[in-house]
Design a protein around this ligand. Structure first.
Ligand code: NI
Length: 214
């Protein structure tokens, strides 16, 4: 084999590997997971069946998403910063929207789902939810139930034990999903979204006429 052909083969192999890596990288980005929803399959890639329990002890499922819009955020009550910031942004965003368009705000249910069911009992969630929106539905379940819900929403979470701390932390995806009245994915906000961003986004996307159940 001549040196030229050998170099050509190496370059080709490199291109194939880079292409595969790029495809893999694209497939794991949440933006790409969700943007593919507009494709021909019509299959929702975010969301799906779950069975969880709210802070009052009532069992909830994906059926509870029907008839209104939902802002769904996964986190945990021991989270030192990101979760309370996101839940505050959701709360204040809905309050801002309520000032300009109360019907739209009323059509949105904020939902918090714990990824730390070990510590986040219904009682713990009841106390925590009081700090945020009065209509916040806070959900927990068995570790298996939480895993099913997190998987349906493409949420990553992992226990992290700090060497010198008695308490553990949770690494987790921080994304706020806006689901439509059929439980379908519409769009999302991030942990960097402000209350204004959320209020503006909801004002654009929420149609109270479609939220029959609210
Ligand atoms: Ni958090």
């Amino acid at each position: 084999m001549s040196t030229k052909i050998r170099i050509l083969l190496i370059v080709l192999l490199g291109l194939v590997l880079a292409g595969g890596g790029f495809a893999l990288w694209r497939s794991v980005l949440p933006e790409n997971i969700v943007s593919r929803q507009g494709g021909t399959s019509g299959e929702a890639l975010i969301g799906g069946p779950f069975t969880l329990t709210d802070q009052t002890g009532t069992q909830r499922s994906e059926a509870d998403l029907k008839g209104h819009y939902s802002l769904i955020y996964f986190g945990y009550t021991y989270c030192p910063d990101v979760c309370p910031t996101s839940l505050s942004a959701i709360t204040q965003g809905l309050d801002l929207l309520a000032e300009t368009d109360p019907a739209k705000a009323a059509a949105v249910m904020p939902i918090f789902i714990t990824i730390d069911p070990e510590r986040d009992t219904t009682e713990a969630l009841a106390g925590y939810a009081e700090h945020f929106h009065p209509r916040l539905m806070a959900l927990t379940g068995t570790p298996e139930e939480v895993a099913v819900a997190a998987k349906a929403y493409r949420i990553y979470y992992q226990k992290v034990q700090e060497p010198d701390a008695s308490d553990y932390l949770m690494d987790h995806s921080s994304i706020i999903y806006l689901m439509g009245p059929e439980g379908n994915y519409l769009s999302h906000f991030t942990h960097a979204s402000t209350a204004d961003d959320i209020a503006e986004g909801l004002a654009k996307q929420v149609d109270p006429a479609l939220a029959a159940g609210s």
